[in-house]
Design a protein around this ligand. Structure first.
Ligand SMILES: Cc1ncc(COP(=O)(O)O)c(C=O)c1O
Length: 364
């Protein structure tokens, strides 16, 4: 507990005091960064050009996001009132939970999944109901259906999911939406570009569907903090009530049209990553490392009890990877982001050398 009875400062809400601290393992990331599923290369050069033309007006004026929202809506094929831009998908999740989760409500989460759902839910008065995936880490469809109750208020599904890259099918999503008509069904398509399948076209026809997209992954703009929610205009209206009107800053808004227009850069990057994923998966198979089939820009691998040493040795070899051992059902498993083919050849070499060193250590 942070606050004690003698503290001179006021105590936050009990819920906040009970929240677990979450510190993403940033800090000295001067290496090949295969730890956060970012674009490992660069954003579109057109975004760099826009940044080079930033004016004083961009800095002195409050940001106006509605014209850019209209542009994004046209790009996605939805109505302007069905889209809201956010400060990354993280803010979208935060605001959605603030708007909808009340005391007595339940948030249904297939786990393991993206950490921030639970973090933001823990600041509300709702209960988190975790639905554990089996060892194959496939989407636990039947178990999730069985866990729906009249208290279910939000169901959050990352599609593809992290850390394994597994997916829920369109049919499964539609069935869940139908079986939980009083719940918001959040389909977080952060990794959509690497998967290629979406339910965005169902926005407006499935009234409880909310789709999230980020510009942090394939677009390579994690530092600008840009995400969005697309949903029925009736749902978006409530999200706007809670959202700060200025949370998406002027530089991000200025860059977004350029990023959207440069489809050929995005297509090139995605194709490069998919080719690199195939090659890297072959390297894992050749090394005898268990892996889970992935539809995203990362692969989960089984390292076993030496997961900590593995992650540290990979770092020492210049490659950052993410130990997911503390995720439910993921002990001994490490997630590796897929970058370009050249980067993944470097990663495969570091992996082979690291595994050889660990095995030699065991035999010694
Ligand atoms: C499933 C999922 N959703 C959302 C995010 C965060 O996206 P943003 O950078 O837009 O906040 C991540 C980042 O890792 C993610 O894996």
């Amino acid at each position: 507990m942070v606050n004690d009875a003698n503290a001179l400062y006021p105590a936050p809400r009990a819920r906040v005091q009970a929240m677990k601290e979450y510190h993403p393992p940033l800090g000295s990331r001067d290496a090949l960064r295969l730890d956060f599923n970012e674009n490992t290369l660069a954003c579109s050069p057109r975004v760099r050009e826009v940044l080079g033309c930033v004016s004083t007006g961009h800095l002195t004026r409050y940001p106006e996001r509605e014209p850019v929202e209209a542009m994004v809506a046209a790009h996605l094929g939805v109505q302007p009132l069905q889209v809201v831009l956010t400060n990354g998908v993280d803010e979208a999740i935060h605001v959605l939970f603030e708007a909808f989760l009340d005391e007595g409500d339940e948030l249904l989460l297939p786990v393991p999944t993206y950490t921030m759902y639970e973090v933001y839910a823990s600041a509300t008065d709702a209960r988190v109901i975790a639905v554990q995936a089996a060892d194959d880490l496939q989407f636990p469809f039947e178990r999730l259906l069985a866990a729906i109750t009249e208290c279910t208020k939000i169901i959050a599904i990352a599609n593809p999911n992290s850390p394994a890259g597994s997916v829920a099918t369109r049919e499964q999503i539609l069935e869940i939406a139908k079986r939980a008509p009083n719940a918001v069904l959040l389909i977080d398509e952060a990794y959509f570009h690497f998967y290629g399948e979406t339910v965005l076209d169902l926005v407006g026809t499935v009234p409880n569907l909310v789709v999230a997209r980020t510009f942090s992954k394939a677009y390579g703009l994690a530092g600008l903090r840009l995400g969005l929610l697309a949903a029925d205009a009736g749902v978006v209206r409530w999200i706007r009530r809670v959202l700060s009107p200025y949370s998406v800053n002027s530089l991000a808004l200025a860059c977004l049209p350029a990023a959207l227009e440069d489809q050929s850069y995005l297509d090139w990057y995605v194709a490069e990553v998919l080719a690199a994923r195939t090659e890297f998966e072959s390297a894992l198979d050749a090394a005898g490392v268990r892996r889970w089939p992935s539809r995203a820009n990362f692969v989960l691998v089984e390292i076993g009890p030496q997961h900590k040493e593995f992650t540290a040795k990979m770092h020492a070899a210049g490659v950052l990877v993410r130990d997911r051992s503390s995720d439910p059902g993921c002990d001994g498993r490490v997630r590796i982001t897929i970058g370009t083919r050249q980067q993944m050849q470097q990663a495969a070499q570091a992996l082979n050398e690291t595994l050889a060193a660990l095995r030699a250590g065991i035999e010694a």
